[in-house]
Design a protein around this ligand. Structure first.
Ligand code: XBP
Ligand code: MG
Length: 239
């Protein structure tokens, strides 16, 4: 019996990376006087690592190793990420990042049917509300019973921790839930938590390996509840 839907945010609810997170990182770098510029192609490579702080550290290790030698390196990364979050939330709150096709309808239909909704994302919590409130209205955050976001777990996707964290708080077995993801890292995370998972790839993730997904769809447009219900009845058992 399907009890809850658990959504990834970036790439799944909205196409946030190329024109949302990426320019926000670049604005933070410029503001700090750094000559770092993440173009679309480099950003695609950096997406291999989830989490903004982790992504900056990954870039530094590969492309600016001298920066990691600075005595206050960790503080600098944290400050860059804080500035990036300020830029991202400002952009998202302006309504500049629309939801992907079918998302708003699916959320409304699920709510009307009494399904519980949750979020499992590596992004920072304030980014989630900055994105969802302009798209869904002022009470958008009340639609989601549990918001698993950012640093609430030490290991980000592809580790299963964030999904396990959400499942524990929902008080449901994985077999009663359906996850929605857009990336291989996200899918590994949800599968690791034992969740049947629908993947809707986005521009950056199309072509990745989605083995193990219950369904791979172009987007969520037209996805009806009975179909989801059926997927969950054949889902792997809880871990
Ligand atoms: C999303 C991410 C996030 C954002 C940046 O991954 O990788 O790190 O790009 O967010 P997923 P923060 O969709 O798999 O959750 O800078 O707020 O960490
Ligand atoms: Mg994602």
């Amino acid at each position: 019996m399907l009890g809850a839907l658990i959504f990834d945010v970036d790439g799944t609810l909205a196409d946030t990376e190329r024109d949302g997170h990426r320019p926000a990182f670049n604005a933070a770098f410029r503001e700090a006087g750094l000559d770092w510029e993440w173009d679309e192609s480099l950003y695609g490579e950096l997406l291999e690592v989830t989490g903004g702080k982790e992504r900056i550290a990954h870039f530094v290790a590969r492309h600016r190793p001298e920066f990691a030698m600075l005595p206050d390196y960790a503080e600098r990364v944290a400050a860059l990420h804080k500035a990036k979050t300020r830029h991202y939330t400002r952009l998202a709150a302006s309504g500049a990042i629309p939801l992907r096709p079918g998302v708003a309808h699916l959320l409304a239909e699920a709510r009307a049917a009494g399904l519980r909704l949750a979020v499992a994302t590596t992004t920072t919590p304030e980014n989630v509300s900055a994105l969802l409130v302009p798209a869904l209205g002022p009470d958008a955050m009340t639609w989601f019973e549990i918001i698993g976001a950012g640093d609430v777990v030490p290991s980000k996707k592809p580790a299963p921790d964030i999904y396990l964290w959400v499942l524990e708080r929902l008080g449901l077995p994985a077999s009663a839930c359906l996850a929605f993801e857009d990336s291989e890292n996200g899918l590994k995370s949800s599968l690791g938590a034992g969740l049947a998972t629908v993947v809707t790839p986005c521009d950056y993730t199309r072509g990745q390996d989605f083995a193990g997904a219950t369904a791979v769809l172009e987007n969520l447009d037209g996805l009806a509840l009975p179909r989801m219900q059926k997927w969950v009845s054949g889902a792997p058992t809880a871990v």
